[in-house]
Design a protein. Structure first.
Length: 136
């Protein structure tokens, strides 16, 4: 039972939970970017180039064998993956820039003066009382 308790404590630590949330959001974000590239960007780029369907671009290798798919180098799919990567890298770069900018603003803001402790308040009252007595 001790091993289970240690594992539970490990999993519930902040870093592990944050990592799990990041992985899940990253996977969902990857699907969104893939759809953006495949369904929006690549058709537009293909139309500009001359109605090219990038997903079908390939170099066929050798003769087809009956009952098997012909070997081919699918460079169109590779181009789509490069565009996917560039868009994800751009989004991550922008997100990091925004986070760094927010952190810099937070660091530049002056920290408010801390509230005086009870001892400091008491000492201030004693000082003021002594000054009042000395002025008489």
């Amino acid at each position: 039972m001790k091993l289970f308790d240690e594992f539970k404590a490990f999993v519930m630590r902040g870093n592990v939970v944050d990592l799990a949330v990041g992985v899940i959001i990253g996977a969902a974000f990857g699907k969104i970017v893939t759809s953006l590239v495949n369904d929006i960007f690549m058709p537009i780029i293909g139309m500009i180039i001359g109605n090219v369907d990038f997903s079908s671009l390939e170099i066929k290798l050798g003769e087809p064998v009956e009952g098997a798919e012909q070997a081919a180098i699918r460079y169109g799919a590779f181009i789509q993956e490069i565009v996917n990567f560039l868009i994800i890298a751009l989004c991550v770069f922008i997100a990091i820039k925004v986070i760094n900018k927010l952190q810099k603003k937070k660091e530049e803001a002056p920290a408010p003066d801390p509230e005086p402790t009870k001892e400091e308040v008491l000492l201030t009252e004693i000082r003021d009382a002594l000054n009042k007595i000395a002025d008489k």
